[in-house]
Write a new protein. Structure first.
Length: 147
């Protein structure tokens, strides 16, 4: 049996959507005890190199560049919300307006994310939050008959 979980089936009522076409969380959000403590300030999603990455909500691209060793794209969604995807080979320039679901780049390589995954971080008024608070929980897998 195969499982089928797609981004369309996991769209959140808030207008936020999954940035990857297949939803599989590789590493979950782990809130740090304080601003400088260890933690995982986002979620890592399965995204093989070259797979499309989509804007999680409407907004404006405010940063495109390399940070340390990985491509990063950051989108300002208004109301104090910023999202960042990394590693990414960005397809849009700074200043581009995007709608939720628009392809903004392709999954790249580098950084701390497990190879074959992409990191999604979300900040609200400068503080990292669990992206699942906007995306909702991943939809349950549906087992399909194999034959």
């Amino acid at each position: 049996m195969a499982s089928a979980v797609t981004a369309d089936s996991g769209a959140a009522a808030s207008g936020w959507r999954w940035p990857t076409d297949t939803i599989r969380i590789v590493v979950a959000y782990d809130a740090p005890a304080h601003a400088f403590a260890a933690g995982h300030r986002g979620i890592d999603l399965l995204a093989p190199a070259g797979s499309p990455l989509r804007a999680p909500a409407d907004g404006v691209v405010v940063f495109v560049g390399v940070v340390v060793d990985r491509g990063v794209i950051t989108i300002d969604h208004g109301d104090g919300h910023l999202s960042s995807l990394e590693p990414v080979d960005a397809l849009l320039p700074r200043g581009a307006h995007v709608r939720a679901g628009d392809v903004v780049g392709l999954a790249g390589a580098g950084g701390h994310a497990t190879p074959g995954s992409v990191h999604l971080g979300v900040r609200r008024h400068g503080q990292y939050i669990d992206p699942l608070s906007l995306l909702g929980r991943p939809p349950r897998a549906v087992l399909l008959p194999c034959c």
